[in-house]
Ligand binder design. Sequence first.
Ligand code: SF4
Length: 254
Amino acid sequence: MLKLERYRHFVDYFSKHQPNPVTELHYGNPFQLLIAVILSAQCTDKRINQVTPALFGKFTTPEELAASTSDEVFTYIRSVSYPNNKAKHLVGMAKMLVEQFNSEVPSDITDLQKLPGVGRKTANVIASVIFDLPAIAVDTHVFRVAGRIGLTTNARTPLAVEKQLTEYLPKQTLGIAHHWLILHGRYICLARSPKCEICPINWFCKYYERNNTEAALLKAEALKAKKAKEQQKKKKQLNTISKELNKRSVDKDI
Ligand code: SF4
């Protein structure tokens, strides 16, 4: 199947079955989403959603967070990954928002990346989710799933994946495709054991195609036959041993 066809099937399928996917992070405004996304690096959304209600309750504005200390913020986020660094980033980010961006979250990707704790991925999430801009954030799920499906080829860095997806996906689907890939990676196309047999898009997935070619099926059959033969051999050996033991016991009785 051609790459372009895979893209077409991908967009068709998810547009129909998941027309409005949203981030699983809880937030009420751009400032809160920015905090949640910074915290979510190398951590689960579930964990972040557990700590953010208290954090958002305590620091309701960039000014309040900017006036705090990383030690204080740490007490609210101690259960997330890398709490020390993230606490420093949050306070630094809030200070920069207040001092340079009039306490507003900027929409420009370059401006966003100036904020402490904000890399390209976080900037793209904010740009697409909050400002509806055509940007696609590449996290570990997007990286893996896009590669497996065959939407990307030989893309070794998140930026390379972002470039290929941006080149082929229709502009208006870039932001939404990020959620499609993340959710698919989180629930079906798992890192260690993808659920290919129940995957609704396996019919156009390159990974599935590669593992289910005639050669792969023949190999699996041969392996099955080999195992059956080995089991038969073991059974035969056990029978022989059992007969021998029976014979010895009879000889002893006589
Ligand atoms: S078929 Fe397997 S590898 Fe392909 S997208 Fe589905 S779960 Fe992932």
